[in-house]
Design a protein around this ligand. Structure first.
Ligand code: ADP
Ligand code: MG
Length: 629
């Protein structure tokens, strides 16, 4: 029998740049799990305030008030070096501060509870993951320990490892890191193409909030191979929002004597929120309005906008999307007629013009878009999660998913050239051997530098790690043989090892997969810190709830139907609690709950001294809510 019922479910999480989504697969049904506000998507946003930490919708709503402490798009930092050009470019545009640690790892600086604090990208991402875990636990009514988390196909080894570490900090056992396009294909049941002996080529077009990723997968016997990927890390929904914002700024100037909204960060943010809303509306309607009261200098703003105008403002961006499809097909050396299925993924593929351009590109081909495009990745991850959860039952065939290396991997040789050992798009898990040698007579030391990238010149590639092999027996150039092995496991983690042949002296060195990322000790410390932040959040909630209850008891004490002594007792107890709360901001949660109990006890005691029919309804209501703290 399937043992799903006895195991805690493994969830699938799409940890997006702008939005995250969690899904679970139970009894062969895939469900998107709604958050506490009934929404299927949760902004990948974390905010810090004077007294609390906010994650998701609450954090996004907070960005107007406190942009410097509201963090978003942290996926752009994860697993990257601070000095990396894309990081340098991104942080220029962000309202929050990012600095480098001594090892060139980016740290985000925020002010939390009045104190300046620094967090690694893994920690901030872990807060989003923890939120998604909580969303699932609340809905499923059980603890969730295991998850499949998706990442873009172009994520390199250290970005994948960092995502895995973020999961660990969130208290999740990450059973698999899965490529987003592969997950989308699984959501559409493409892994079920097992009978068909023909290989199917599936193009996944993912246009999200800030990125556009095109991937070509081939599927045969339920096996996935990513044949090629192309993408633009700065092309997505937010760019379309920007175009609308620019348009409105100009309109506002025209109508209002050249007044410039861009001078106010807050006005701009409010306008941007409305522009995003209007953009989404225009996917279903041909006409909409953008309306913001008191936008700037006390002036209201309102403008009508048509779908045609929206398309006009963004046409060059839309065509850049189809250029990426062309590039992907060129890389895969496939003609557009060789594509069997085209799948739309990402919230921005709801835009009719985007759909039309993609469809036209493929000569009017029907596109797969039945699954909500911003939910497909999470759904695929949940299906994969359920498959992994079933492993060992021997009942169901385990879905075999094959990922690939997003970039070529190689070693540096003399003269600054990179020799490719593992070509780009090689299926993983994999092991590849290469024999290296010395480049001059009697050379006893060799530097092994591992690079990823497509350039023949090492300096243009990304250095992943390096080490020295010392103690090679002197011999003529080219005689010593160094067996080199590149190994990538199912999670895309790379290990490089070398061994010197033909000498009794054997060397074997492995480049740690932790290189550049967090060490196990650091992760352990962060797990502890995460528990502390969670406890602080809970304490904050308990305080708010206590304050709220005390105010309620105070206002209930004003009920004219109560006796003077009842009124006095209720009012005094409430006042005492408020005084205690103000004097004990550092109390622990059990003391706070103890105070809460006092309030409830008073009401319960008074209740007992009243006849059955004479109990005020708001007392009953008050006590029925007591489980909230
Ligand atoms: P991510 O990039 O994090 O994977 P999503 O795939 O959820 O995010 O895409 C988010 C983007 O999709 C946002 O820019 C959002 O405005 C956009 N979007 C969502 N719904 C619509 C819609 N109906 N029309 C146009 N854009 C939409
Ligand atoms: Mg996405």
């Amino acid at each position: 029998m399937a043992s799903d019922g006895y195991k805690t479910p493994t969830i699938g999480i799409d940890l997006g740049t702008t939005y995250s989504c969690v899904a679970v697969c139970r009894e062969n049904n895939v469900e998107i799990i709604e958050n506490d506000q009934g929404k299927r998507l949760t902004p990948s946003c974390v905010a810090f305030t004077e007294d609390e930490r906010l994650v998701g919708i609450a954090a996004k709503n907070h960005s107007d008030m406190n942009p410097g402490n509201t963090l978003f798009a942290i996926k752009r930092l994860i697993g990257r070096r601070f000095s990396h050009s894309t990081v340098q470019n991104d942080i220029k545009h962000w309202p929050f501060k990012v600095v480098a640690d001594p090892m060139d790892r980016p740290k985000i600086v925020v002010n939390y509870q009045g104190i300046e604090k620094e967090f690694y990208a893994e920690e901030i991402s872990s807060m989003v993951l923890e939120k998604m875990k909580e969303v699932a636990e609340t809905r499923l009514g059980c603890t969730v320990n295991n998850a499949v988390i998706t990442v873009p196909a172009y994520f390199n080894d250290s970005q994948r490892q960092a995502t895995k570490n973020a999961g660990a900090i969130a208290g999740l056992n990450v059973v698999r890191i899965m490529d987003e396009p592969t997950a989308a294909a699984v959501a559409y049941g493409m892994d079920k193409i097992t009978e068909d002996t023909d290989e199917k080529n599936v193009l996944i077009f993912d246009l999200g909030g800030g990125t556009c990723d095109v991937s070509l997968l081939s599927i045969k016997y339920g096996k996935f191979v990513v044949r090629a990927i192309a993408g633009d890390t700065h092309l997505g929904g937010e760019d379309f929002d920007d175009r609308l914002v620019d348009y409105c700024v100009k309109e506002f100037k025209k109508i209002n004597n050249n007044k410039d909204i861009t001078k106010s960060v807050r006005s701009l943010r409010r306008l941007r929120t409305e522009c995003q809303r209007a953009k989404e509306f225009l996917s279903f309607s041909v006409r909409g309005t953008i309306e913001v009261g008191y936008l700037y200098d006390g002036i209201d703003f309102s403008t009508r906008i048509s779908r045609a105008l929206f398309e006009d403002l963004n046409m060059d961006l839309f065509t850049r999307c189809t250029d990426l499809i062309e590039r992907c097909l060129n890389d895969a050396m496939i003609n557009k007629t060789g594509v069997d299925v085209v799948v739309l993924v990402g919230g921005s593929t709801r835009i009719p013009m985007v759909q039309q351009l993609v469809q036209d590109f493929f000569g009017g081909k029907e596109l797969c878009k039945e699954i909500n495009p911003d939910e497909a990745v999470a759904k695929g991850a949940a299906i994969q999660a359920a498959n992994l959860n079933r492993q060992g039952d021997n009942e169901e065939k385990i879905l075999i998913l094959q990922d690939v290396t997003p970039l070529s991997l190689g070693v540096n040789i003399l003269g600054g050239k990179t020799i490719i050992v593992v070509p780009r798009n090689a299926p993983i898990p994999m092991k590849k051997y290469h024999v290296l040698t010395t480049s001059y007579d009697n050379q006893t030391e060799v530097r092994i530098a591992v690079y990823e990238g497509e350039s023949a010149e090492s300096k243009y590639n990304n250095l992943l790690g390096e080490y020295m092999i010392i103690g090679i027996d002197p011999a003529p150039e080219g005689v010593p043989k160094i067996d080199t092995c590149f190994e990538i496991d199912a999670d895309g983690i790379l290990t490089v090892s070398t061994q010197v042949r033909s000498t009794s002296l054997k060397n074997k060195i492995v480049i740690s997969k932790q290189k550049g990322g967090l060490t196990p000790e650091e992760i352990q410390t962060m797990v502890g810190a995460a528990a502390r932040y969670k406890a602080e959040d809970e304490k904050h909630k308990a305080m708010i709830s206590l304050e709220d209850s005390a105010q309620k008891v105070k206002s209930m004490s004003k009920d004219p139907g109560l006796s003077a002594s009842e009124k006095k007792l209720m009012n005094e107890t409430a006042e005492n609690v408020i005084t205690w709360l103000n004097a004990n901001r550092h109390a622990d949660i059990s003391e706070i709950n103890g105070q809460h109990m006092k309030l409830e006890t008073i009401i319960q005691t008074l209740m007992k001294s009243r006849p059955r029919g004479g109990i005020p309804y708001d007392w009953i209501l008050f006590l029925s809510k007591k489980t909230q703290y």
